[in-house]
Ligand binder design. Structure first.
Ligand code: ZN
Length: 472
């Protein structure tokens, strides 16, 4: 442990790699997308993220090398709704050492070893007294827990229960230990970043991923990686009607800061998703929007369900409740935004959650790639949804005369395409949307959308209007 660069946090961090030597390719048609995403998770994992500070900034810089990221700093002391931006936490060194100077718990080895936001401490004490400041998981004795104390001034160390038992056997309860937490909480700022992909309209799809956990792969490096690559693919793909905004902010206080600063324009948000835990081997879990739970399902609630059906992906749908990630803030009663949450296994439901077991082995390349594919389809479904009016609503229009039977018959999925055309013509009454058609017909949304395009080209559908963002 001696001899490492010790002066600043920055000296210990791996520097963000430049695009030229980035270990990840994000070409839209990369066959090894899952491996690329996994490599990106591995690149983001070492940054010592917290709700403020340089680890968070380094994470955002790494994301900003792949997409144009606008970074904002909110000064310490700024009021955001009922909260105040805290002081910035900076750590230079933190360890517990035995009498001969051997470090037995060391923050330099892993940021998980120090309770996040620990205040400065420098002391000598017997093990029995230090135990009040030690956190272990007796039921998972090989894992180091992740602990925070953002708003209560204290300090503490985390270690595996096995390590603690080895230490106790070595020094005994009365054995004296040196404790150093060389850290400060000083005026600074809280950082968040956002990518905006301009669409034809200012109607927005908001995607939000929390960016404050250090050294945990699924929660939250996986969602940072997937959201970044999604943003890149949307930028490089066909034009969007909606503007898509991807927000990377520390959990709770970061989301609150962004919401407070953008309070006047939140009405632009038509659909949204909080993203987390997108890399584990579990199936997809969707937590509905607040209104979708207590009133009627919103387009985002329905689009997620339709996409999972179309992709043949198992989907566990949960109701909104005011716990969990930042959907709590987006779904607070004064904001009540149409924002659901997409995860694979939800927080607290996998044994490695908030422990050192949430590592690169827990995150699977194929899970990351499938999460990305689902998200891209969700965005394209929301963006492609529209309400049309049938231009020939009195009886069925004569499709053959317009060459539409022939053209439909020439498609690989001809029968489905023809069925989709009949469904679109029937439900295009100015009230029902293409998402309604996909739901009612059981046909994939993409098939429905393609049928609508052909019918519109033939003059059989009248100018689309956007379906209401508030559901019907
Ligand atoms: Zn977490």
């Amino acid at each position: 442990m001696e001899g490492r660069p010790a002066d600043t946090q920055a000296a210990r961090y791996p520097r963000p790699v430049s695009p030229a030597d980035a270990p990840v390719s994000i070409e839209p048609h990369d066959a090894d997308l899952g491996e690329s995403l996994h490599a990106f998770v591995a690149q983001l994992l070492p940054f010592r993220r917290c709700i403020t500070g340089d680890g968070l900034r380094q994470t955002l810089l790494a994301i900003g090398e792949r997409v144009p990221l606008r970074i904002s700093e909110v000064p310490t002391g700024t009021r955001v709704f009922d909260w105040t931006i805290p002081k910035e936490w900076r750590v230079r060194d933190a360890y517990v050492a035995t009498a001969d100077g051997t470090r037995v718990i060391d923050w330099a080895e892993s940021p998980l070893h120090l309770v996040q936001y620990s205040v400065a401490a420098r002391d000598r004490m017997p093990l029995w007294a230090l135990r009040d400041h030690l956190h272990t998981l007796p039921d998972q004795p090989g894992l180091v827990p992740y602990r925070t104390s953002y708003y209560a001034p204290t300090w503490g160390f985390c270690l595996s229960h096995e390590e603690l038992e080895r230490l106790a056997a070595e020094v005994g309860e009365g054995g004296e230990l040196e404790v150093v937490v060389d850290a400060e909480q000083a005026p600074g700022s809280l950082t968040y970043g956002e990518v905006v992909i301009p669409g034809e309209t200012s109607d927005e799809i908001l995607l939000s991923a929390h960016a404050c956990h250090p050294a945990l792969a699924n929660d939250n490096a996986s969602s940072l990686a997937v959201a970044t690559v999604l943003a890149r693919r949307l930028m490089d793909g066909s034009p969007l009607r909606h503007t898509v905004r991807v927000l990377f902010a520390p959990g709770t206080i970061g989301a609150l800061a962004w919401l407070d600063r953008n309070h006047a324009t939140l009405g632009r948000i038509r659909h949204g998703l909080v993203l987390a835990n997108l890399g584990d081997a579990g199936g997809l879990t969707y937590k509905q929007t607040r209104r979708g739970t207590f009133d009627v399902p919103l387009p985002i609630d329905r689009a997620v369900r339709t996409v999972a059906r179309d992709l043949g992906v198992p989907l566990d749908i949960r109701p909104f409740e005011p716990t969990g990630y930042d959907e709590r803030q987006f779904g607070s009663p004064g904001l009540d935004l149409p924002v659901g949450r997409l995860t694979r296994t939800p927080h607290g439901e996998y044994p490695e959650y908030h422990t050192s077991g949430d590592d690169l082995a827990l995150v699977r390349p194929e899970s990351l790639a499938k999460s990305l594919a689902a998200l891209e389809a969700i965005v394209r479904t929301l963006d492609g949804d529209a309400v049309y009016r049938n231009a020939q609503p009195f009886g069925e229009p004569q499709l053959g005369r317009r060459g539409l039977y022939a053209s439909l018959g020439g498609l690989p999925d001809g029968p489905a395409a023809q069925r989709a055309a009949l469904w679109v013509l029937n439900l295009s009454d100015g009230a029902h949307s293409l998402l309604d058609v996909a739901e009612r017909s059981g046909l994939p949304f993409a098939t429905v959308r393609a049928a609508a395009d052909r019918l519109a080209d033939a003059g059989l559908l009248v100018a689309p209007s956007s379906p209401s963002g508030d559901g019907r």
